[in-house]
Design a protein around this ligand. Structure first.
Ligand code: ADP
Ligand code: MG
Length: 365
């Protein structure tokens, strides 16, 4: 029998990012490291999509009784113009300041800027004034004492219409009460944006702490599903749990989907997760494939073979496109896909990092 979910009390299988430690499964080590890290200047939280980065950051910060500002950069990114505009960024920053508005000190500092945290933002800033306004906002935050500023999916900041690295460098160098957390699914791109290893970057050479959010192990995936079903009072066959753990690659977002769907669909749930998941992934891949004519072939080559060698990728690509592509072109695109986290390189072979992405490539392209 499949029991239904009663009420909307939060369970392990609820799909919003978790925002309290009580709701967070496992991750004690990551939580501990993040807590320690709020005394660093800069922290990067890295991991594939849907591995639980936002949940980790929100749950940890909420548990700490600490001032923080949380900006979801993905929300600010405009799909049509492919830009992050200063207006939207300031708006988003402003609305997260609202949660700190009880702080009289902040209110006062911002009112000098004619920014009211009680009413919607009225100022519209030009690119030129953006940096001035932003610096004042961060100065005001710094004046509050220890404050964390988190940019979620921060690799999108590279699409900002104004350069943000100088601002981050200013915070790093001068605002010692502020800790910046940048999370990113597109790990290499986040590194590129921050430019911590790039001599031309304003942030070059700065020390940072990195916390990697890995997919759950096979055992943890099973444990996650068992615990979630137990919360719901559902008695689910061990073989069902094993199969889901096998096929969903430890990616907690998919496990959550599965747990939720199993309530309605029973044994059909796993196929349904793949179907629903691959629809979601297809949108992401369609967007990705616009960026280079070879991405789709490269990923398909790797999806088909499993663990794929460089030479197999080249052969497939030549066969599919009929072109004699240079090694430089192929390796540039392949490296970009690795940077974006879609592909992993291990022991000299490549594979698709997320089994649902692989499934999508095999079924829908
Ligand atoms: P990311 O930010 O890496 O894309 P999210 O934090 O949005 O991932 O998590 C994806 C899904 O998995 C959400 O439904 C969230 O509730 C769930 N989730 C993530 N981490 C955990 C966890 N440790 N325990 C329980 N559920 C989690
Ligand atoms: Mg997230």
């Amino acid at each position: 029998m499949i029991p239904s979910i009663t009420g909307d009390t939060s369970t392990l299988f609820s799909t919003e990012p978790k925002d309290s430690l009580e709701e967070l499964f496992d991750r004690e080590r990551e939580v501990g490291r993040l807590k320690e890290s709020v005394n660093e200047r800069l922290v990067l939280v890295l991991g594939l999509r849907r591995t639980g980065k936002s949940s980790l950051v929100l749950a940890t910060l909420n548990s700490m009784n600490i001032n923080y500002v949380y900006v979801d950069v993905r929300k600010v990114y405009d799909d049509v113009s492919k830009k992050v505009t200063v207006d939207k960024l300031i708006d988003e920053l402003h609305s997260s300041l609202v949660s700190l508005s009880k702080k009289e000190k902040l209110k006062k500092a911002l009112s000098e800027l004619e920014i009211s945290v009680e009413s919607p933002l009225r100022i519209r800033v030009s690119k030129d004034t953006f940096r001035r306004v932003a610096i004042k906002i961060f100065d005001a935050l710094n004046g509050l004492g220890k404050t964390v500023v988190a940019f979620d999916e921060a690799q999108y900041l590279r699409f900002s219409t104004v350069g943000l690295r100088p601002l981050l460098a200013y915070i790093y160098d001068h605002l010692k009460n502020i800790t910046v957390i940048l999370t990113g699914s597109e790990i290499g791109l986040l590194h590129d944006f921050a430019g911590l290893e790039d001599p031309n970057s304003e942030l070059y050479g700065r020390y940072y702490k990195a916390i990697e959010v890995m997919p759950f192990t096979r055992e943890t995936s099973e444990e996650f599903l068992r615990t979630g079903f137990k919360q719901l009072g559902a008695d689910v066959d061990q073989r069902v749990i094993e199969r889901a753990a096998d096929e969903l690659g430890g990616i907690v977002g998919w496990l959550v989907y599965f747990g939720k769907l199993y309530q309605e669909k029973g044994d059909a749930a796993l196929d349904e997760v793949k179907e629903v998941g691959s629809r979601l992934v297809k949108k992401e891949l369609d967007e990705l494939f616009q960026k280079s004519p070879y991405y789709s072939h490269i990923m398909k080559a790797i999806a088909v073979t499993g663990n794929t060698r460089w030479k197999n990728v080249v052969d497939y690509l030549v066969a599919q496109t009929g072109k004699n592509l240079t090694n430089a072109t192929i390796s540039r695109d392949l490296n970009n896909l690795v940077k974006m986290g879609f592909i992993k390189k291990e022991n000299g072979t490549y594979h698709i990092a997320d089994p649902i992405v692989r499934y999508t490539l095999l079924e829908k392209y």
